[in-house]
Structure formats: structure tokens, C-alpha cells
Write a protein that binds this ligand. Structure first.
Ligand SMILES: Nc1ncnc2c1ncn2[C@@H]1O[C@H](COP(=O)(O)OP(=O)(O)OP(=O)(O)O)[C@@H](O)[C@H]1O
Length: 317
């Protein structure tokens, strides 16, 4: 059963082109793959305008959910709707941009040529004249900070530039929804920040769904978070709500040299070396020893408390 934060969904005034408040929702949305395995068990979800984080361990169903919401995968049960119309409907194709972890393109094309190709090959006549299409390409290049690299063949781009080009190709059709799969994986801190800001800017007028394993990216840019666990929506709501799963369970204590090792790597949230020994944080229902003091849970603590660890029977506590 998905735990929903009482403060969720958040109120927002952002309107879509049709004049209605944007709303991406899932009702009993589920996917069962050939062989019988559920990629996503039937879920009730809601996303309004703004940036939403998507978290979950490997194999939890994040890609399955993103592809279902983008209308790229047919559900086995239920449906996903954007403003009341099924995301599978051809009219929704231009309203939802999906950025996979790695996207396929012609590497000999320059960034500018690729974006122009995307505009010209998108369904419907998005931009009535070539001049308008070119203007849109220049605007998006500027938005993702690729203008100065736009005439280089994309095969010469760094990982970060390729990720930004991937977001640009999703944004070029002016979608109301952008769904991005691990955009910041493998990027250096400066490039991560740049990409996060591009998405934060985009989320001012859109619904942005950001899947990542990097919790600090979610803390820095998302107003809400959805956690998937073993194909099930385990939590949807505020970041504070997720952190609160760790309340009363995070213990801090000082340990002499190697003493902390007996708590095992899976229960230890951190062990920071000091001159005297280590300052340790553990997640546990009971204090690990008589010196331990309760601490404020972070987002990571709350996430770990909710998710648990398979090696410990799925329950962390
Ligand atoms: N085409 C497929 N056929 C059969 N099973 C699949 C298929 N795609 C995914 N699955 C299974 O569905 C489950 C969810 O996979 P999914 O790729 O959605 O997880 P994920 O959270 O995106 O994982 P990761 O973080 O590793 O990318 C997994 O158990 C996976 O093995």
C-alpha cells in the first residue's frame, strides 16, 4: 500500500496550453512482463507541475513506470492520463518528452543539426515556418547551455554535453511533461549542477519527473518524491515526509577505532574518522549501545528505513 504524505498533492497554479491545471495521473497502472513478472504493480499516482523525484533500488520498476507514463509501454492494468486523456493517445505524443539514460542519434550530426532534425521529424507541424523552427532550436541550445558547442559533431561531446543534448531533444517540442532517467549519473559536480538547473528551470512551467539514485539531486531540486520498492509504489509525498520514516531510529555515537565494524556495513549509515576514533550513525529500532543518542533523520535515513535491505530479509529495522 502506497503511503501518501498528508500534505500531498501540492497546490499549484501552473496551467497547460489548454488552460487547465496540468495533471499527470495513474489509476491502477501496472505492467506485467512476459514470464509473469510484475515490472510495476497496479499503482495510484499523481503529479502536478514542478519537479518530482523518483527513487528506488535497482529493479524496483522505475524505468517501467517512466515508460508507461510516457506512453511508450502499454500497461497490463489501468491507465495513465495527462489532463484526463490517455498518454497512449497520439495527441499526447507532443506533450510528453522522455529522456532515456542513453539516447540513440546520428553521431556525425552536430547538436544543432540533430535538434533541427528532431523538429522536422516530429509529428504534426509544430513550427509553421523554417525560421520559427530555427528560432526554437537556438532557444533550446541556449536553455541547455550548448550554443557554443552546437556546430561540433555530437560524437565529440562529453558525457555531460550528451546528457544536455538529450534533454534538449525532449524540450524541443515544448512538452508539458519531461521524464528523465538518471540524467546526472556519471557527471562531475559542475556538470551535475548545470543539468539540475536546466531541469529546475524547465519545471517552472512543466511537470518534470526525475529518476535518480543520487539523493542530493532530489534534495536540491525536487518538491516531492515517489519511492518504488519491488514494483510497488511505497511512498509518494514531500521530502520531509520521506525523511520522517527514519524518526526515532537514527543513532549517533562515538566509537573507538575498529569497534564500529561489528555493526556491519548494512546497518551503518556512516562512520566518520576523528582524532579519537569514529563518529558513527546507525539505523536501528533500539540504541546500538548505551552511549548512542537519537539524531535527526536525513532523506537518506528515511529512504533506507522505508526500503530496507534485501540482505536482511527486506526489513531494515
Ligand atoms: N522487457 C522485460 N521483460 C521482462 N522483465 C522485465 C523487462 N524489463 C524489466 N523487467 C523486470 O521488471 C522489473 C523492473 O525493471 P525496471 O527496469 O523497471 O527497474 P528499474 O527500477 O528501472 O531498475 P534500474 O535502477 O536497475 O534501472 C525488474 O525485475 C526487471 O527484471
Amino acid at each position: 500500500m502506497c503511503k501518501i504524505d498528508a500534505n500531498f498533492p501540492f497546490r499549484s497554479l501552473v496551467l497547460s496550453a489548454g488552460g487547465t491545471q496540468m495533471n499527470l495521473s495513474a489509476s491502477k497502472l501496472g505492467k506485467r512482463y512476459y514470464g509473469g513478472e510484475w515490472g510495476l504493480r497496479p499503482a495510484e499516482l499523481h503529479f502536478g507541475p514542478g519537479m518530482h523525484g523518483l527513487l528506488g533500488p535497482n529493479g524496483a520498476g522505475k524505468t517501467t513506470l517512466m515508460r508507461l507514463l510516457a506512453g511508450l509501454l502499454r500497461p497490463t492494468t489501468g491507465r495513465a492520463e495527462l489532463d484526463g486523456l490517455d498518454v497512449i493517445h497520439p495527441r499526447q505524443r507532443q506533450r510528453i518528452g522522455y529522456v532515456p539514460q542513453t539516447f540513440q542519434m546520428y553521431p556525425s550530426l552536430t547538436g544543432r543539426e540533430w535538434l533541427m532534425h528532431r523538429v522536422q521529424s516530429s509529428p504534426g507541424k509544430l513550427f509553421p515556418s523554417r525560421r520559427q523552427a530555427l528560432e526554437q532550436v537556438e532557444k533550446i541550445l541556449l536553455d541547455v547551455n550548448l550554443t557554443s558547442q552546437a556546430d561540433r559533431p555530437a560524437r565529440t561531446y562529453s558525457t555531460g554535453m550528451m546528457k544536455r543534448l538529450g534533454i534538449a531533444q525532449a524540450m524541443i517540442i515544448n512538452p508539458d511533461v519531461i521524464i528523465v532517467d538518471e540524467p546526472t549519473a556519471g557527471l562531475d559536480p559542475e556538470e551535475r549542477l548545470r543539468l539540475r538547473n536546466v531541469l529546475a528551470e524547465a519545471s517552472l512551467t512543466r511537470i518534470v519527473l526525475l529518476s535518480t539514485h543520487i539523493l542530493s539531486d532530489i534534495e536540491a531540486s525536487c518538491g516531492s518524491v515517489l519511492v518504488l520498492k519491488e514494483g510497488t509504489a511505497a511512498y509518494q509525498g514531500s521530502l520531509a515526509g520521506l525523511a520522517s520514516f527514519g524518526e526515532g531510529k537514527v543513532w549517533t555515537w562515538e566509537a573507538a577505532q575498529d569497534e564500529w565494524r561489528r555493526y556491519g556495513p548494512s546497518r551503518l549509515m556512516s562512520a566518520r574518522r576523528t582524532e579519537e576514533g569514529f563518529i558513527c550513525r546507525t539505523l536501528a529500532e533500539e540504541p546500538p549501545n548505551r552511549y548512542a543518542r537519537l539524531s535527526e533523520p536525513t532523506l537518506e535515513d528515511g529512504y533506507m528505513a522505508l526500503i530496507g535491505l534485501p540482505s536482511e530479509g527486506g526489513a531494515f529495522l
